[in-house]
Write a protein that binds this ligand. Structure first.
Ligand SMILES: [Ca+2]
Ligand SMILES: [Ca+2]
Length: 319
């Protein structure tokens, strides 16, 4: 996915019927209909264990590491960074977990609220309507320059309806929650007495304690995209769309899906721009021909108030 600013700009001209998105959500396009029966609804049971000081979390010891990577310019320069020990969610936060928060607090997410014309004068009315940016697999594309060929702003898309009003969460309780904005996840974390990870915490945890230099290969134990993005998704990893949390082997610390499945929010501003945050780990949409960001050192900018269908989060407890 290209720079979110570009997305916001080009999405201005894009507004699709939710019905089309619903079709792709339920089928995931041609490939998904072929594979749908093989895709499980639950991989890790139970999702949250009840043992330890912080149930459902893993302790990550502190350390010093060379942060960053060398594939894309925004990953550098490589720099030595120290991180104190902390606890981190074993999995991405799920729909069931987020639903418990909403049930307890009545919280309404950013994607469920219309944007104020006063604060977003640059957007046309249709993009100020409550909604989210949703990936819709195209049948064909004309080059990779125009991302509105696969990213569409859909009114009525939110965490309960991840691809638009006609879609829902039935059978998807163990899938990562998506279309949550920075303020939403901060509220969730506060309710749990937790925090959102910094970029350094996230990247250190994603290394999994590995002592060797990270490679740049597409990982086997992660939900990414095999084939040619965005038109050919071979689903060799078992999922053409999102996967339930915990379907792949955990990393060296016992943490699942740091790489792939959904991108994950951090608290870091992107290049000092408070309106943009750093997101990490890549998603099920990351392919070798486009967005090789299925690496701990990769990063991307995301508007703090923009909800998207490939973006979720996890929380930390700082000691
Ligand atoms: Ca996949
Ligand atoms: Ca992830």
């Amino acid at each position: 996915m290209a720079q979110p600013k570009i997305i916001a700009a080009v999405l201005v001209v894009t507004f699709v019927a939710a019905g089309a998105a619903a079709f792709f959500w339920t089928t995931g396009g041609r490939e998904a209909s072929r594979l749908a029966k093989a895709e499980p609804l639950r991989c890790l049971a139970p999702v949250s264990d009840s043992a330890g000081a912080h149930p459902g979390m893993v302790y990550v010891p502190g350390g010093t590491f060379e942060m960053g990577d060398t594939v894309y310019p925004e990953e550098g320069p490589l720099r030595k960074v120290s991180v104190k020990g902390f606890w981190i969610d074993r999995t991405e936060v799920t729909n069931d977990e987020f639903a418990a928060f909403v049930a307890a607090t009545g919280y309404v997410t950013a994607a469920e609220r219309d944007l104020d014309a006063a604060t977003h004068p640059e957007l046309p009315p249709e993009m100020r309507a409550a909604g989210a940016v949703v990936f819709v697999m195209p049948n064909d594309v004309d080059g990779s320059g125009n991302i509105t060929q696969w990213w569409q702003y859909i009114a009525g898309a939110n965490w309960r309806h991840p691809a638009g009003p006609q879609t829902g969460l039935e059978g998807r309780g163990d899938f990562p929650v998506v279309t949550v904005a920075a303020a939403d996840i901060a509220a969730y974390a506060a309710w749990k007495g937790r925090s959102i990870p910094s970029e350094a915490q996230w990247e250190w945890a994603a290394r999994g304690g590995a002592v060797t230099k990270p490679d740049h290969d597409q990982p086997k134990e992660a939900n990414s995209w095999q084939g040619i993005f965005p038109v050919l998704n071979a689903g060799e990893d078992g999922f053409v769309g999102l996967a339930p949390v915990g379907c792949y082997k955990p990393n060296g610390y016992g943490i699942y899906d740091m790489i792939g499945n959904v991108w994950e929010w951090t608290t870091d501003a992107y290049d000092g721009d408070a309106k943009q945050r750093v997101i990490k780990g890549g998603s099920y949409l990351c392919a070798p021909n486009y967005c090789m960001r299925y690496r701990a050192g990769a990063r991307q900018a995301q508007e703090a108030d923009l909800a998207a269908s490939h973006l979720g989060f996890r929380t930390v407890v700082n000691e």
